[in-house]
Write a protein that binds this ligand. Structure first.
Ligand code: URP
Ligand code: ZN
Ligand code: ZN
Ligand code: ZN
Length: 463
């Protein structure tokens, strides 16, 4: 099977040229101008952007959390992804307390088996090195293509680890070539503030933000950076939301340390005031770190523009407002933390990053595809358009208008964080490994099409 994508503007992190992409089997074979028209399928991309499929390094599908389970499974979540131009993601496999890493991974493979629409890998979230997994077992995971270890420095009593577990995991990563990822917030201090707020009768959604002040994100970010430096491990800080966390990352990177950070789409658009929306609507915006005061949004745009932050993820962790978020109607600490986002990252960053002139098209590709691929052992198989790379390609119409709504989305959530936002630019066609997965508003593959990707170790290439 061969496919020719003709006459589009091919945009990578480095280049932007009008030309043709020739795909043989699952991979790109040639890029050029006036390539022969002898392919089995010819797609006219005149006037369109031809982009590497976006890669989301941070998602939570079918995950038990906050007393419930995230509403999107691998089929619904990955369908939403494909419609939004995301062709690959790395999801968090969470080790339950007392569970071995092998059992945790088997459970997560089971969730995607027969259900996957797009390709994905797994990070392992380490929660228990005492009764559950051992350091020796952790060290073997990169051989299975699981090359990143995630630790939660918050969610006390649930996913949170202490500094000993964090530091020991960093030492293993320094040996095995895994990348350490941290959710950086001071969970002990937050736990005190939450109990104090509830004791004072403060139970509304806005107290989610007021009990997780930005200083506690800054403190944990700096702590993780210093610990990783001592352990000799590379560090990736997830969902950076505020200047207090941006600053220590900027300082470490200026010093040449192996530290990277991501932010998520929602932090550019949603501020703390959304949590005060009446009739419990504020609960839709209860995710962690919380929406911050508005001045942080410019800090984040500057950080992604200047490479202080290197990736934009979604942290897709979708719940229903009606029935799941409402579990916390009388107690903000019982609102499951997370929001949907997999479908609209490219729409939002293209509109408010590129079209508004904050970042270039090349930088958008770098933040949404190339850097996630490089950091998480997927490059150059994924994250770019080049001969030999997987033909994971998005044909994007930069002039088609779209209004973002929950009614039109593919996530099973009953709301959208960006409800009613109008953008110019939408996905026409999504290809994964040379197969058309979405076209003309229709899903073209069956569950089971998506493949598990065994990722390379940090700093190594995946061919
Ligand atoms: O609120 C969030 N972000 N939920 C998902 C878990 C996490 O902390 O990333
Ligand atoms: Zn987190
Ligand atoms: Zn997350
Ligand atoms: Zn549809």
């Amino acid at each position: 099977m061969s496919v020719l994508i003709k006459g589009g503007r091919i945009v990578t992190a480095a280049d932007s040229t009008v030309g043709d992409v020739y795909i043989e089997g699952e991979r790109v074979s040639r890029i050029g101008t006036s390539l022969e028209d002898d392919a089995d399928v010819v797609i006219d991309a005149t006037g369109k952007l031809v982009l590497p499929g976006a890669i989301d390094p941070h998602t939570h599908l079918d995950m038990p959390f906050g007393g419930t389970v995230t509403i999107d499974d691998f089929t619904s979540g990955q369908t939403a992804a494909a419609f939004g131009g995301t062709t690959c993601h790395v999801d968090f496999c969470i080790q339950a307390r007392g569970q071995s890493f092998t059992d945790a991974l088997a459970a997560w493979h089971e969730k995607r088996e027969g259900r996957a629409i797009i390709d994905n890998g797994f990070h392992i979230a380490v929660t228990d090195l005492d009764e559950g997994g051992s350091l020796e077992e952790l060290a073997t995971l990169p051989e299975q293509g699981v090359t990143s270890y995630k630790l939660f420095m918050a969610y006390k009593g649930a996913l949170m680890v202490d500094d000993e577990t964090l530091f020991r995991t960093m030492e293993v990563a320094a040996r095995t070539g895994a990348l350490v990822m941290v959710h950086a917030e001071n969970g002990d201090a937050i736990d005190v503030l939450v109990r104090e707020a509830l004791a004072a009768g403060n139970s509304a959604p806005v107290y989610h933000a007021l009990t997780r002040p930005p200083e506690l994100e800054g403190e944990a970010t700096n702590r993780a950076i210093q610990l990783a430096r001592v352990a000799g491990a590379p560090l990736y800080v997830v969902h950076v939301s505020c200047k207090e966390a941006v600053h220590p990352i900027a300082k470490a990177r200026r010093a040449g340390w192996d530290v990277w950070g991501e932010t998520c789409t929602q932090y550019f658009f949603i501020d703390q005031s959304y949590l005060e929306r009446p009739d419990f609507e504020g609960a839709k915006y209860v995710y962690t770190p919380p929406p911050r005061p508005r001045e942080n949004q410019q800090v984040l745009w500057d950080a992604v523009r200047t490479d202080v932050l290197s990736a934009i993820s979604t942290d897709h962790c979708a719940f229903l407002w009606d029935g799941q978020k409402t579990m916390g109607k009388d107690d903000f600490s019982k609102i499951p933390n997370g929001g949907p986002g997999l479908e609209n990252r490219l729409h939002m960053i293209h509109e408010f990053g590129v079209r508004v002139g904050r970042i270039s098209l090349n930088r958008m590709v770098e933040l949404l595809a190339t850097n996630p691929a490089k950091l998480f052992g997927l490059y150059p198989r994924k994250g770019t358009i080049a001969p030999g790379s997987d033909a994971d390609i998005v044909i994007f119409d930069p002039s088609r208008r779209k209004t973002i709504t929950a009614a039109g989305q593919h996530s099973k959530s009953d709301y959208n964080l960006f409800e009613g936002v109008e953008v110019t630019g939408d996905v026409d066609t999504t290809l994964i490994r040379g197969t058309v997965v979405v076209d003309g508003g229709e899903l073209k593959v069956d569950p089971g099409f998506g493949q598990f990707v065994r990722r390379a170790r940090f700093g190594e290439e995946l061919q």
